[in-house]
Ligand binder design. Sequence first.
Ligand code: ADP
Ligand code: MG
Length: 259
Amino acid sequence: MEPVLTLKNVSFNYGGAWALRGIDFQVHSSEIVGILGPNGSGKTTLLKIMDGILIPQQGEVLVRGKSLLSLRRAEIAKEIAMVSQETHFRFEFSVLEVVLMGRFPHLGRLQFEGDRDMKVALNALEATHTRELAERSIHRISGGEKQRVLIARALAQEPKVILLDEPTSFLDLKYKREIFQLISSLSVDKGLAVILVTHDVDLSAQYCHRLVLLKSGEIFRAGDPASVITSANIQAVYECPVVVDSNPVTGKPRVNLVK
Ligand code: ADP
Ligand code: MG
């Protein structure tokens, strides 16, 4: 099967040192890939390159075999949707209005949303369990609710790939679990490829099919959770003493700080 998104030998710098070097990466439909790594290791930069917001100086990014460079912004947005880390709204948009914004790549210039756009937006609210929030102000809902609404907006783009930058930071355990379960169901029900950046190592080991561990802008390890989340790898990358054992219920790797 052809990958939905491919990065070939991608390197990027912001003008100084390389923020990313020699990144090779592929993701297929229905796959959930977690990107891990310390602060400053290049995770957000990598997502922005995957979304075509940043253009690498070396290497190339292909979506379903086509270079991102050959596609216009709206064409990219029909394939790839990004849920950024901190999304702020200057105005008191309703939740429904925010989700309808996701339809922009499908609308012509100066064209208003039609019945089909509304239907897609309502389905996105349904899929993220936010339908009852539709009329609420985006400024007056909880962090967990807002995260689900932002995922709904991304779904409204009807993408093949969804990129999420730390979607579970600042959420309590119940909401973290909800977001991971939502991501899982999107990959199963809609065949979406999901790439998420996260510091929730244990949860990512439970829910992701594959993990990529970044260190200083390079891939330190990539593979299934058990091969990536080892004491040696975590110590080498995060520079702190840990023991990795397994979750007694799921059997997935679990990281324990020991000092
Ligand atoms: P992460 O998301 O893993 O914390 P980033 O991708 O944000 O890491 O940053 C990777 C590196 O690129 C860091 O050294 C950071 O300082 C640098 N960087 C990030 N954004 C910019 C920017 N807009 N201009 C210059 N350097 C940046
Ligand atoms: Mg980041």
